[in-house]
Design a protein around this ligand. Structure first.
Ligand SMILES: NC(=O)c1ccc[n+]([C@@H]2O[C@H](COP(=O)([O-])OP(=O)(O)OC[C@H]3O[C@@H](n4cnc5c(N)ncnc54)[C@H](OP(=O)(O)O)[C@@H]3O)[C@@H](O)[C@H]2O)c1
Length: 269
């Protein structure tokens, strides 16, 4: 055991690959990892957005290397991990799989192309990155894998069945890796964000009445902010979480915990 107490949350000297690190929640969690001391390789498809994210994230004084990558393409993922291995001299401590996309249409309107795009980006992409990370982590007998799930890792949400299938899928992958790679001292967990406004769901947040209806049943009275996830990612990436594996940590302001049922108001007399 290398640390105890607050020092066990310190990521100084650790290295991480963060997919989807160019914007939204992946960038917020990458920021948390860099702030805690980790050097980063960040990956997403759009090179200029990725480059500016790398410049912003490097303000913490850590090394941040942008590698344009399509996680749904195995040769692109292999190239990403070759760069990561070179950059970190073979030492990869943390993989955070935040790349993802979604489509919202009535189930009968999904096309095969939509299904393939969602599965390939969210589920196949996560699998390919876990596989490449494992190849680096297993020989070193050390590693942290963090997949990003969703409320749909636990519950159904109308019109996003394919997305939900990927998010239950990344949880299944993490549990399987927890079992298979536990003997190699590698943990695999999931962070499942609740409702966070990003490019992914901005149209939903702007839909008239949607936010009020969501907040009406949100115990903590607000939607999430990337900072709400960053420290959870640091925890799972750190020595503090050394004995936590195969878990799904839902960060949702209590949304899935239940519903007040209208019982918070005193009954009308
Ligand atoms: N926002 C929420 O409320 C919420 C809730 C639960 C879970 N999540 C999950 O959180 C993760 C991040 O979502 P977000 O809300 O931050 O969405 P976002 O703002 O749209 O960011 C998505 C990120 O993934 C990258 N990406 C998408 N497809 C990719 C691919 N094939 N290869 C490489 N990178 C790819 C994007 O960059 P490029 O487009 O440039 O590739 C971008 O960096 C996703 O897994 C999402 O499912 C979000």
């Amino acid at each position: 055991m290398s640390h105890s107490g607050l020092a066990s949350f310190d990521l100084t000297g650790k290295t991480a690959v963060v997919t989807g690190g160019s914007r939204g929640l992946g960038k917020a969690m990458a920021n948390g990892l860099a702030r805690a001391g980790a050097d980063l390789v960040i990956a997403s498809r759009t090179a200029d957005t990725l480059q500016s994210a790398a410049e912003e994230l490097s303000r913490h004084g850590r090394r941040v290397v942008p590698v344009p990558t399509d996680v749904s393409d195995s040769s692109s993922v292999a190239a990403l991990f070759r760069v990561a291995a070179d950059t970190f001299d073979g030492q990869l401590d943390i993989l955070l799989n935040a790349a993802g996309m979604n489509v919202r249409v009535p189930t009968v309107e999904y096309t095969e192309e939509m299904w393939d795009a969602i599965i390939d980006s969210n589920l196949k992409g996560t699998f390919l990155c876990c596989q490449e990370a494992g190849r680096l982590m297993i020989p070193r007998r050390s590693g942290r894998i963090i997949n990003i799930g969703s409320l749909t890792s636990s519950a159904g949400v109308a019109t996003i069945g394919p997305y939900g299938a990927t998010k239950m899928g990344v949880l299944a992958l993490a549990k399987s890796l927890a079992v298979e790679w536990g003997p190699h001292n590698i943990t695999a967990n999931v962070i499942s964000p609740g409702w966070f406004e990003t490019d992914l769901n901005r149209a939903l947040f702007q839909k008239p009445g949607w936010l009020d209806a969501t907040l009406e049943r949100m115990p903590m009275g607000r939607t999430g902010d990337g900072e709400d996830l960053a420290d959870v990612a640091v925890f799972l990436a750190s020595d503090a979480a050394r004995y936590v594996t195969g878990q799904n940590i839902t960060v949702d302001g209590g949304f899935l915990a239940g519903w007040h049922g209208g019982f918070l108001d005193p009954p009308a007399s």
